[in-house]
Write a protein that binds this ligand. Structure first.
Ligand code: ADP
Length: 548
């Protein structure tokens, strides 16, 4: 701005100066011409008086380079010329000033000579002897005038230019200074230039508008951050060059980075080739997904292109912890395979026995054994199917109708139901407890106690004891089933609650185990909001404690 003001002042000064010089020169030029004519007339009257007095002798002494003196006879013949040989000159009778002087005694004219390239003023007077005396002078040309004035003009221009520069510099600074000192934050309080008031008001309004918009933007950014940081899923936004624009808390933890990740190339944070290929694919507009393991957990990454009006703006990466889902999927697959296997074995045995009976291939004395086998396997199948139904109902986790159940009573029922089995295995069951009422599903509570006791008897040696203890403790009900059986090795203890998991498959099958008992216990206890603890030592026995 300072430069612009400076330049404007200099240009204006120069234009004014040059115009003034031009006007002054024109005025001078016209004034000079008029003076030239006046001087010509005065000079002619002096010369005429001298010629009248001294006669032709005057011409011998006439010596002027400025004026030209010519004497013309009444017939137009040139008798004398101060600059040219008179004999060489043509007849001058037709010259306007000569003709006028012959007629009126005085004549004047001015002519432009294209050969000489200038104008000449002529003044003529009729002498007493009838001759005409003519004095002429060349009009001074503009070029000559300017040339004569040039040093003065240049000095004026130089001085004016210097003065204009100093003044312009000071003026530009004094104009700009208040603008530079303006308080941008309080524009309205700046009253240096009242001409700027409308502009300042407008800027002030816009300033407020921008401040408000910035505040809203910051608020929205904060909200966005709060929402995305509260997400369990990781969220990363990349621009189309792959630079991180935004990353939420979950993603920071997953990729082990902090806030400094923003502004970095995502592939410098995450160097997996699969990841870079997925980003490339998403940039091409194809939805891409991949599963990868991170810190022992399984994650699903989803890549989507962000576009606006058909142009790619960036990529959004979402990550989900699918460890549980993947585990459940694996479990379901294994469960289906196990169920098929468990169903097939007894069914094949039933079909085999039935076929032998059908074809009369069984000796009469063995018929009963075969029928018993069919019945045993069929009962096992029904029991297995019941267990599967129980499990699937527990998986549904539906809120089923609950009732007040006395666990002590249920325990006694269970002991009664298992009495024959205990007797056959020569295992003694001892119950120690008190009435313990709780709200729950009677059938599942029965299953819990039944399966724990069933296992305790099943995996015990003859002559050993199974102790069932039921008591209230600190507002909870504690049920402990302890045996003196084979025990469970530590590496199996966390797995025995999985479906169809058996420590010793053949032993479990031999003893009629289906591998679902503890899975039902686990789910039924969880359904009632309880917890399970296991203490077991190989060869010493096992105690499983359930706390409701
Ligand atoms: P199963 O029908 O095979 O008994 P469970 O789910 O009830 O299936 O138990 C899983 C496995 O845990 C059993 O196969 C057995 O190896 C082990 N187990 C359960 N209870 C006991 C126990 N009291 N003593 C020793 N091993 C046990």
């Amino acid at each position: 701005m300072t430069n612009k003001i400076f330049r404007s002042i200099i240009v204006t000064s120069m234009v004014v100066l040059i115009t003034s010089l031009f006007v002054a020169s024109s005025f001078l030029y016209s004034h000079f011409n008029k003076s030239q004519v006046i001087r010509l007339k005065e000079e002619l009257s002096i010369v005429a008086a001298s010629v009248e007095e001294f006669g032709d002798d005057y011409f011998d002494n006439f010596n002027s380079s400025y004026f030209r003196l010519t004497l013309v006879a009444p017939d137009g013949v040139v008798l004398y010329d101060s600059q040219t040989d008179a004999k060489q000159m043509e007849n001058h009778l037709d010259r306007e000033e000569i003709a006028e002087a012959l007629e009126t005694g005085k004549g004047s004219s001015n002519r432009y000579s294209s050969t000489l390239g200038n104008r000449t003023y002529y003044e003529a007077v009729l002498l007493k002897n009838g001759n005409v005396l003519r004095l002429s002078v060349n009009q001074i040309t503009v070029g000559v005038l300017i040339f004569a004035m040039l040093p003065a003009v240049l000095s004026i221009i130089l001085v004016a230019l210097l003065l204009a520069m100093v003044l312009a510099n000071n003026m530009a600074k004094s104009v700009v200074k208040p603008l530079n000192e303006m308080d941008i934050e309080n524009l309205i309080e700046n009253d240096n230039y009242e001409e700027l008031a409308p502009m300042i008001n407008k800027i002030n309004r816009q300033h407020h508008k921008i401040a408000k918009q910035m505040q809203e933007l910051n608020q929205k950014t904060d909200e966005f951050r709060q929402i995305t940081d509260a997400m369990n899923e990781g969220l990363v936004l990349l621009n189309k060059e792959g630079i991180v624009i935004s990353i939420n808390a979950a993603a920071k933890e997953l990729f082990e980075v902090d806030d400094s990740a923003v502004g970095r190339d995502f592939l410098s944070i995450e160097r997996s080739i699969r990841m870079s290929q997925a980003i490339k694919k998403a940039l091409e507009g194809k939805h891409s997904e991949l599963r990868e393991e991170r810190k022992g957990n399984e994650y699903q990454f989803i890549f989507n292109r962000i576009e606006s009006e058909g142009n790619t703006k960036g990529i959004v990466i979402l990550s989900f912890d699918i460890t549980e889902k993947a585990f459940a999927e694996r479990n379901r697959r294994e469960f289906t395979a196990n169920v098929s296997h468990e169903l097939k074995t007894p069914l094949q045995s039933i079909i085999g026995s039935a076929e032998l009976l059908e074809k009369d291939l069984v000796k009469p004395e063995d018929t009963k054994r075969f029928i018993d086998n069919i019945k045993k396997e069929a009962t096992r199948l029904v029991s297995l199917i019941n267990d599967i139904i129980d499990l699937s109902q527990l998986d549904e986790n539906n809120a089923l109708e609950q009732e007040v159940v006395d666990l002590y009573e249920v325990t006694k029922e269970v002991v009664e139901a298992l009495a024959l089995m205990a007797q056959q295995k020569e295992v003694k069951i001892e119950v120690d407890g008190e009435p313990c009422e709780m709200k729950g599903m009677r059938r599942y509570l029965y299953e819990i106690i039944y399966n724990l006791c069933d296992n305790a008897i099943r995996y015990s040696e003859s002559g050993s004891k199974v102790k069932i203890n039921l008591k209230k403790k600190n507002g909870s009900i504690v049920l402990a089933v302890a045996d003196e059986g084979i025990g469970i090795a530590p590496e199996h203890q966390s797995r025995i609650f999985e479906r169809f998991y058996r420590v010793d498959k053949s032993h479990s099958k031999e003893t009629g185990g289906k591998g679902l008992g503890l899975a039902i216990v686990k789910n039924a206890v969880a359904y009632h909001g309880g917890t399970i603890r296991i203490d077991s030592r190989i060869g010493k026995g096992t105690t499983i404690t359930v706390i409701f």
